[in-house]
Design a protein around this ligand. Sequence first.
Ligand code: LLP
Length: 426
Amino acid sequence: MKTHFHRKDDSQIYAEDVPLSVLAKEFGTPSYIYCLSTIKAQYETLSSTFAEILPKDRQPLLCYACKANSNKAILSALRSWGAGLEIVSGNELVRGVNAGFDPDRIVFTGVGKTDGEIEAALKSGIHQINVESIFEISQINEVAKKLGMVAKVVFRLNPDVSGGGHSKISTGRKRDKFGLSANRVVQAYDIADTLDHIDAVGLSMHIGSQVFEVSAFERAFRKLPELVQTLRGKGHNVSRLDIGGGFPIQYSDESLLDLKAYAEWVRDIIVPLETEIIMEPGRFLVGNAGGLLTRVISVKETDEIDFLITDGAMNDLIRPTLYDAFHGIEAVKHGEPSKTYSVTGPVCESGDMFGHDRKLPDMVAGDLCLIKSAGAYGFCMASNYNSRVLPAEILVYGDKYQLIRPRQTLEDILNAEKVPEWVENL
Ligand code: LLP
């Protein structure tokens, strides 16, 4: 998998044409660094594979799942290359519209949407709302009625297929909270038929994220033709299929989804159903494009383990703690990997750990470390735990670079908090 982080001439690591030490000096650490060329290459890989394998009139609308990384600069870039957007909240809708996405290229997914979020989506002229429960049909109908509109919806099928790199990010098993069983989808269509403000136009599904076992996609796709036939047999309109995201990226040396095989399944199973095709890739577009740049605070030797304590921590990148996720870790400086470290942050939990038993050069306080493949579900899941401020984000493109989100300040945090008078005077 292509990434534009690379080591130049046995010296330090660069992000595209910019040495990481330059970025660390100018913007401080911990900081997220994103290589825009990687995002572009990933987008082009997806779109060109589908251009090659799927018929011209069945090209998918690639709706970027912006929960993966919703920085406005990244949204704007993806929009300019032709992406649509998948959103899961009213706030993501605002972000998308601000970044210039045409609402008719935005799909709204998620298992719980408030009336206010539904109203905003309908008013914006959103492409579709992906419905996940029988309750939601009447909820959306009521909101649309109030607005004098008709809501275009698709129903999310829960295909009862397990996929996803970790149980917490597997979404297509029948005991998961997502989607509707095939029977309930049919029921949902029947109900929609009786409602004046709902126009049911198709189906969606998303089986999970970082889907390793690639045949899981095929198994899930194979659930669609029969259901589509049943629905059409009852006179229902199925003109859109949104087949979700979940494309995996490389965190270590995983063998990856053969995109061509995926595209061939789409060609062989989905295309014959003659619908508009939508996909929702998130991680694949941005994951390998980003790294968390940290600086070593200290090296702590114990009887058992040498800990490398960096200024980045679990609040900046929660994935290792939350999902036992593996992220590659490299010293920015060049050197033979002669030492073994457990790389951690200063947060007061043993779970604050980026990785155990990592081979690195002899490290000293002040050295820089890059935590790799952190462009997806990195910054956007960061928190203020331990009153730590949110890290900065920097976008690099060739030799150009810019701060796209300044480091949060403690004032930002403290100014938002209020002490009631009746607490002051206790
Ligand atoms: N569509 C739906 C309905 C989703 O729920 C998701 C991700 C996506 C698309 C995008 O999936 P992707 O292409 O990125 O795999 N925080 C976790 C991942 C959570 C994914 C949630 N849903 C992690 O860090 O691994």
